[in-house]
Design a protein around this ligand. Structure first.
Ligand code: 8YV
Length: 313
């Protein structure tokens, strides 16, 4: 038996496609798997997962015939890949198809926070323009020195866009990359933060980057800096960043990701110097369709005994 189980909040298009092709009507949460009968769990060889709740060995062990976890998303930090590998389970993700949207959003967040676009729009909607006059001056974004933390596929798309905004590009990653002339490599995140005006975070999530943007990195960026994060909330020492934003030791933040999503720390809601978005980096009709398609291509390849399209392990 080669049954497919789908777990997560899928779009109508994805629900239709998963049901039609794999007879897999999605269940909302991982915790529902435990409610299935032993007979229903037997023979499930592929799990199409869309979510950010931890998927570890304990969940995998509920599905004794599991051979594939196909993740909807490029970041697979919710999946314990070591647990999967130890059980002979392959993991796939959905890289590349979301690079443009996520990079667009990173640049948008930097511009939104620098130019105070949310606040100045509110000024207009609240009727303050004719009464109180022009909105106070914001700050320029083009031409700043920007540090990109993590020069993977998404980091590169962000840096290319920022270069078009005449920004001086600095980056940090595990190794020096083939990059255009004039881009500066730094091996250490504190050194990167010290060299730049603003910092954009594009590293993978998970234990290896937990708290990577530490209080020391935030201090090194300094009080004129803006931090943009489109990666994972876990990458930043969030309490240290909140302290710095509240105390004016950091000018601003543009954030699409947080610790403990969707129940984000209430301190963010009161900050006038943070542009906050509810994890919408890849949330366009076009990109989510492409992500769903790539997830199903991996399930299809697995069922046909063919090489997986975008394997992780
Ligand atoms: C999510 C993301 O996958 O791709 C990623 O790593 O963070 C997002 O695109 C999205 O929220 C769907 O769960």
């Amino acid at each position: 038996m080669n049954k497919v189980l789908a777990v997560g909040q899928y779009s109508e298009t994805d629900v239709d496609a998963l049901s039609r092709e794999f007879d897999a009507a999605p269940m909302s949460e991982l915790s529902r798997i435990a409610e299935l009968t032993v007979a229903d769990r037997a023979g499930v060889s592929a799990l199409a997962y869309k979510g950010h709740h931890p998927l570890d060995g304990a969940v995998m062990d509920l599905l004794p015939d599991l051979k594939l976890i196909a993740n909807f998303g490029v970041g697979y930090d919710a999946i314990n890949v070591a647990d999967a590998s130890a059980r002979g389970i392959k993991v796939t993700n959905t890289p590349n198809v979301l690079n443009d949207d996520v990079a667009d959003l990173a640049v948008a967040l930097l511009i939104m926070e620098s130019r105070k676009l949310t606040a100045s729009e509110a000024w207009m909607r609240d009727g303050k323009w004719p009464v109180e006059g022009a909105y106070p001056l914001a700050r320029k974004m083009s031409g700043r020195k920007v540090g990109v933390l993590g020069m993977g596929r998404i980091g590169r798309e962000i840096a290319d866009r920022l270069a078009a905004f005449k920004c001086e590009i600095h980056y940090q990653s595990r190794s020096r990359k083939e990059a255009p002339e004039g881009w500066t490599y730094h091996s250490d995140p504190v050194e990167l933060a010290r060299a730049v005006d603003d910092l954009v975070i594009a590293v993978v999530g998970g234990p290896e980057t937990e708290g990577f943007v530490s209080a020391a990195v935030i201090d090194a960026l300094g009080q004129d800096g803006i931090i943009v994060n489109i990666a994972r909330g876990s990458v930043i020492d969030e309490a240290a960043m909140l302290d710095a934003l509240e105390q004016g030791r950091l000018r601003g933040a543009g954030l699409d990701v947080f610790r403990n999503e969707p129940s984000v720390d209430a301190r963010f809601m009161a900050l006038p110097n943070a542009t906050i978005l509810p994890h919408v980096g890849s949330a366009t009709v076009e990109t989510r369709a492409a992500m769903g398609d790539l997830q199903r291509q991996n399930v299809r390849a697995h069922l046909a005994g063919q090489p997986l399209v975008t394997p992780v392990n």
